[in-house]
Every structure is written in structure tokens, then in C-alpha cells.
Design a protein around this ligand. Structure first.
Ligand code: SF4
Length: 492
């Protein structure tokens, strides 16, 4: 069968985009099993969808709805694909977790729930053989106004997946700068996380299941990228890099023994690794590590079930600093019912830790999480009803809706202040300079202009300018709020 996978363009989105790993993995798997596939990434290049459909003549179109900002284009692609006569299957985290909302807003044949590779192969093979697609496990569809689920599909053994075929995309368009590296690529080594955080979709999407790919397959992909595209750094885009020390030791050993020249960065949890481990990681090429700390309040940590060992947080950042690893600390502010006292504890924690970059994200209720269910059940949150409503939510800029007991302005000013100060910082590496972080952000925005039309470029410039001015304004014009929380980053 002929399958066209589409990554829809995102509206008002200024961040650098990475490889669409989900559809790349599914497309590679189908291709290995004898099907003809193509990937159209509209976040990279806007093309005429009607013409693309007529040229490729797909039997099925798979639309990856990775971002809430992608609904408008996903809708456009879907309508064109339906008109062309292809079956349309949507996939992605959000649409897997809120199937009702999705089917209420768009006429599609199926949603592929959660992990897609095995479901897609089963679906395509069944359709080709003239079988019953409604019996394929791992799907949702709408019948007589009701959403019907086929049986849940077990997660597959990741060792059955072949190395990703990078010839399916224009690799060079995705490579970005990151902490001294110029050509960073996104890959994954594992899927899922065993955490139970109440604000995160993971518990339902990955069912608390953590699986690792064979490191040899990962390294085959790295080798291809290093040799053919001069990639110098890999962003290991896992929810959790290595669940324990032994796993990390094995991975680092394999990285070193591969003889490949590449740096890498990961996201992990506080409490798994210590100073000696960070040294081993650094020795194997690691240059940065991101940690989700979320809160500095022990009470809130308990409420959100993140369960980090509080006594190890500060030490972890000291350890990273001691071995000259760039460390990133991510916090969430404005959790439901969060008090000013708890907010202060988070700020104090952010000020105490010896991290390179602290980032505050506003809490936003996301389908599939425990907190979202509670807010909806109690009537405190009325989820958007249409794609447009979701696209209009400006969750990067404002804590709207604000479920906490902290004034929205305080949340916004504190976040902006830390962001502004972060722009001008130097990271620990000897080669870094001040404003490297700001420069990276500007380059990321400029890169997005390639492949798009003038209207898109102008829109992006205006949005970026708005974002920049918004942060600058809130960081500079509310000194009383900065004083209220005892923040002073002038010496950094
Ligand atoms: S927030 Fe991080 S640690 Fe918690 S469940 Fe999600 S991925 Fe796991």
C-alpha cells in the first residue's frame, strides 16, 4: 500500500523543530515490511497538499498531530486527503488521549492510539488483504455518533524496530545549535517513564511502561547522521534517560566503544546519578543534562506525585557543575491551589541550585493526566470545544487559566525575570560566551523562515518580536514583585 505521512505546520510557533521521530519510525517500519511510504513535513516546508496527493497517490494518509498548534493545518490536510479519496488516520499524544474531542471536530477514519508502529502495520496489511480494519487492535473510530475502541494493543518489543531511515526527510533542515554544537539531531533511546506525576500524560499514554531500544540500533542511526550529515551532537529526546546506574554504564560504554565522534545531552531524574556517574557520562561525550524539578515545595512535590528526593536536588546540580556539565532545571508554576508560600519555595530552590539555566513553565491542564481529570470533574476547568479554541491558548505567555492562589501577574513577572536573566548567561563550558543562549534562540527563529512563504515569515517575525517584548516588559517593569519574592540575579 501507499502511505503518506504528514507532519502539519504549526501556527504561531517559534521554537526549532526536531525530526518527526514518531512518523519516521512508523514509516520506516512499514517500508521494511514492503509498503511504499513518503513523509511530508509541513513544519519545514509548505507545499501544495492537493498536488502532493495527486503525485504520490496514497491509499492512506497518516496525520501526526504532535502539537495543539497543528490543528488548523491538520484539518486542511485531512479535508484534501478525504477529497482525494484516501483513508485518514490521525495519531499523536493529544488525539490519543482525547479521542472524543478529536472525533467531534473532524471527519477521520481512525485514530491510532498511543504507540503506532505495530498498529499501522496491522492496519495497512489488513486493508491490503481486504480484511476488517475495525478489528485491528489499537484504534479508535466513530460509529453512529459514538467513539468505539478496538482492543488495546500491547506495547511492542523495541528491538523489532529497524534503524530509522533518514532518507525519508531532508535531515539538514532540522539540525540546530546547542551548547557549543552546531549540528544537533534528535533521536530516542527509550520510550516511556515509570513516574506517576499527576500533571503528566505519560502515566496513561505509556501506561508507566519504560522500554529501551538496543543501543546498537541507536548507534547505527548516529553513525549514519555523523558520516552523512556531519551531526556533532545528539539530543536524546527520551522522557527518561536510563532508569538506573547500570543501564547508564552500559550505554556510555557502548557510546565510547563505537568510536563515533559526537556529543550528547539528555533529560533525566534527580536521584538516579551522582558525581562519579556524571563524570562517566561526560567522559562518554555528554555535555548537558536537563532535570524536571517542577517545584521547590515538599508539600507540592507530594501532591503532584513527582517524588524526587529533596535532599539530593542541590547536590545533583553541584555535581554537574563540578564536572563542567551544563545543567538545566525546569520548574512548573501555577499548579492548582498552589499558594504564594509554595511558589516562594520554588523560587528559593531555583535561586539556590547551581544550574546553568532555570526555566519556569506555566501549569496547563493536559488531557490524560490525573490533575486534568480532577479539574474537569470538579467543574473548575471547561476544556476547549474546538480546534481553534485550543490553537488560541497562549500557554507559553500567560498563566491562563490560573488555578493557583498566586496572582497571575506575579507568575508572569517571575517567569519573565528568570528568562530575561537566562538569555545573557554564560554556560559552564570553557568555550561558551555570554548571550550564547539568546543567540541560539534567535538562530532557531531565523531557521524557521526557510521553506515557508513570506506571509509565514512575517507572522513569525511579529510573534517573535511580541514574545521578546513581552518578556522584556514583564522582567523590567514590576520591581516590586521581584522584591516581594526576594529575587536578585544581578550578580550572575
Ligand atoms: S513528568 Fe517526567 S517523571 Fe513525571 S511521569 Fe512525566 S515523564 Fe515521568
Amino acid at each position: 500500500m501507499r502511505v503518506l505521512f504528514v507532519n502539519p505546520a504549526m501556527e504561531r510557533y517559534t521554537r526549532q523543530v526536531g525530526f518527526p521521530l514518531g512518523i519516521m519510525s512508523i514509516a520506516t517500519y512499514l517500508q521494511t515490511n514492503g509498503h511504499t511510504v513518503k513523509i511530508l513535513d509541513r513544519t519545514i516546508k509548505t507545499t501544495n497538499i492537493k498536488k502532493e496527493l495527486e503525485e504520490f497517490k496514497p491509499d492512506i494518509v497518516g496525520v501526526s498531530v504532535f502539537s495543539l498548534k497543528a490543528f488548523t493545518d491538520a484539518e486542511k490536510v485531512t479535508k484534501a486527503a478525504k477529497k482525494f479519496g484516501a483513508k485518514v488516520v490521525w495519531g499523536g499524544i493529544f488525539v490519543s488521549l482525547d479521542t472524543e474531542f478529536t472525533f467531534n471536530n473532524i471527519d477521520i477514519d481512525f485514530i491510532s492510539i498511543s504507540e503506532g508502529e505495530a498498529t499501522w502495520l496491522d492496519l495497512v496489511t489488513t486493508l491490503e488483504a481486504g480484511g476488517d480494519p475495525y478489528a485491528v487492535a489499537g484504534l479508535a473510530y466513530k460509529k453512529d455518533g459514538k467513539v468505539i475502541y478496538t482492543p488495546q494493543r500491547e506495547f511492542m518489543d523495541l528491538s523489532l524496530l529497524p534503524p530509522i531511515d533518514f532518507t525519508l526527510i531532508d535531515v539538514d533542515k532540522y539540525l540546530g545549535s546547542m551548547y557549543g554544537c552546531k549540528r544537533t539531531a534528535l533521536l530516542y533511546l527509550s520510550k516511556g517513564c515509570f513516574g506517576q506525576c499527576t500533571f503528566c500524560f505519560n502515566k496513561r499514554f505509556h501506561r508507566q511502561c519504560y522500554r529501551v531500544r538496543p543501543v546498537e540500533v541507536f548507534l547505527q542511526e548516529v553513525e549514519y547522521l555523523v558520516k552523512n550529515h556531519n551531526v556533532d551532537c545528539i539530543y536524546v529526546a527520551d522522557e527518561l534517560f536510563c532508569k538506573n546506574r547500570q543501564e547508564m554504564l552500559d550505554v556510555c560504554k557502548a557510546f565510547k566503544e563505537s568510536g563515533l565522534d559526537f556529543k550528547w545531552g539528555v533529560e533525566t531524574r534527580v536521584g538516579i546519578f551522582e558525581k562519579d556517574d556524571f563524570r562517566i557520562m561526560k567522559d562518554a561525550g555528554c555535555i548537558w543534562i536537563a532535570f524536571g524539578i517542577e517545584t521547590g515545595s515538599p508539600a507540592m512535590m507530594k501532591k503532584i506525585k513527582k517524588n524526587l528526593p529533596f535532599d539530593k536536588i542541590e547536590q545533583t546540580f553541584e555535581d554537574c557543575k563540578a564536572v563542567d556539565l551544563v545543567s538545566l532545571a525546569n520548574f512548573i508554576i501555577g499548579f492548582p491551589d498552589e499558594t504564594e508560600e509554595e511558589f516562594r519555595e520554588t523560587i528559593d530552590m531555583a535561586l539556590r541550585i547551581a544550574t546553568t539555566q532555570r526555566t519556569f513553565f506555566f501549569y496547563m491542564p493536559g488531557p490524560g493526566s490525573e490533575l486534568y481529570d480532577e479539574l474537569v470533574a470538579s467543574g473548575r476547568y471547561k476544556p476547549p470545544k474546538t480546534f481553534r479554541d485550543y490553537t488560541n491558548i497562549q500557554f507559553f505567555y500567560s498563566p491562563k487559566p490560573n488555578f493557583s492562589k498566586i496572582p497571575s501577574r506575579d507568575l508572569k513577572v517571575v517567569r519573565s525575570y528568570f528568562l530575561w536573566k537566562g538569555f545573557s548567561r554564560k554556560y559552564f563550558s570553557e568555550t561558551s560566551r555570554t548571550y550564547d543562549i539568546a543567540k541560539k534562540d534567535i538562530v532557531d527563529v531565523l531557521k524557521q523562515f526557510r521553506g515557508h512563504n513570506l506571509r509565514f515569515a512575517i507572522q513569525l517575525i511579529l510573534i517573535s518580536a511580541y514574545e521578546f517584548l513581552d518578556i522584556w516588559f514583564y522582567a523590567h517593569f514590576f520591581p516590586s514583585i521581584i522584591k516581594k519574592y526576594n529575587i536578585n540575579l544581578d550578580d550572575e
